[in-house]
Design a protein around this ligand. Structure first.
Ligand SMILES: *Cc1c(COP(=O)(O)O)cnc(C)c1O
Length: 358
């Protein structure tokens, strides 16, 4: 039986996407070949790459000034690739530290310029999103992490500034509409909300930044991938194909505003239970809660029940809810593809558990 997959990443994909991906691995579109053995220069694969790019543009409403790339190396490579390409050594960039991923982004960026950490929520174990901080007016960009996968917080209010954003959207891209004009660049590892591991989406506004004045190895230079449409070297075709299928699904579901509505209803179902059930309490500040990763713990005095709740959830088919070691407790990742019915199963397990132990 298919389990309810609450894993943070690699994560749940729409069932129809898995089915089509499995078929394409056997034979792609009646070609007599598996997509796994097809040339990335052949017309079938070029069509897949092109459709993936057009779907990204269509769903996000991108203009002709936007370049859409499918890269490799994960979001972690973008931590250094973005400043390497866009920030000169004597220039300043502002970074907001909202958790482990942004901490890593800051560490890597420091090799390439003057990095000012302008706000951090480290004082409370990253359980909230800093607000009302000053952004240096000379900052070339402001780096933000829209959703903190580990800590279960999400940016719902964006800072007022003319400084362009570079944003790590790995765990909430395509989950809600965005104001695209505010971003010089967006990047996202595919394996949270867009597809399987193996490719990273990068969206670059060509008008925002000029190229930094340093030697950049060919493979790490965005302009290489822009001029070769993500096929300078062999791209991860199968991963990009599965992203394309997922994007088709997002579009069929009604696009970003439909996704956002769906995600709100789903998150509310779970947070309502966390808030009303005396055995559990939320780990993140309410106003900053993530609609993608709900973090929660056993309430005070009930910590000893953690393992037994995990066992109950697992035997009901709910997997992947053990919290990250830096927060403890539980984390239910409820990305786009997570059906409301699966969340209801988890909520029922929580209710039932409290009846027996509360
Ligand atoms: C998972 C994650 C990353 C790291 O992604 P990789 O593709 O494994 O490098 C970076 N940022 C955020 C917000 C993530 O959730």
């Amino acid at each position: 039986m298919k389990k309810h997959n609450f894993s943070a990443g690699p994560a749940i994909l729409p069932e129809s996407v898995i089915t089509q991906a499995a078929e394409a691995a056997k034979e792609f579109n009646g070609t007599g070949l598996s997509i796994l053995e097809m040339s990335h220069r052949g017309k079938e694969v070029v069509a897949v790459m092109n459709e993936a790019v057009s779907l990204v543009k269509d769903i996000l409403g991108l203009g002709s000034n936007h370049e859409v790339l499918f890269l490799t190396g994960g979001a972690s490579t973008q931590f250094f690739m973005a400043p390497m390409n866009f920030l000169n050594q004597e220039e300043t960039a502002g970074y907001v530290d909202t958790g482990s991923w942004s901490t890593k982004a800051i560490k890597e960026a420091k090799h390439f310029g003057n990095i000012e950490e302008i706000a951090s929520s480290k004082d409370k174990n990253f359980s909230y999103i800093p607000k009302g901080y000053n952004i240096p007016s000379n900052a070339k960009y402001l780096h933000l992490t829209s959703n903190n996968t580990i800590f279960g917080t999400q940016q719902h209010i964006w800072p007022e500034t003319n400084v362009p954003f570079i944003c790590d959207m790995s765990s909430d891209i395509f989950s809600r509409p965005i104001d695209i004009d505010r971003y010089g660049m967006i990047y996202a590892g595919a394996q949270k909300n867009m597809g399987p591991a193996g490719t990273t989406l990068a969206i670059i506004n060509k008008d925002t930044f000029s190229k930094a004045d340093r030697v950049i190895p060919t493979m790490l230079d965005y302009s290489t991938h822009i001029s070769k449409q993500s096929s300078f070297n062999t791209p991860p075709v199968y991963a990009i194909y599965i992203c394309m299928l997922t994007l088709r699904w997002v579009k069929e579901m009604g696009g970003l505003s439909a996704m956002a509505n769906h995600n709100k209803v789903k998150a509310q179902l779970l947070y309502n239970e966390i808030d009303s059930n005396p055995l559990f309490s939320g780990a993140a500040a309410k106003e900053d809660r993530s609609l993608m990763n709900a973090t929660f713990v056993m309430s005070k005095g009930n910590e000893g029940l953690s393992d037994s709740f995990l066992e109950r959830a697992t035997s009901a088919g709910c997997v992947g809810i053990k919290g990250h070691r830096s927060v403890g407790g539980f984390r239910a990742s409820i990305y786009n593809a997570m059906p409301k019915e699966s969340i209801q199963v988890l909520v029922d397990v929580m209710k039932d558990f409290t009846q027996k132990h509360g």
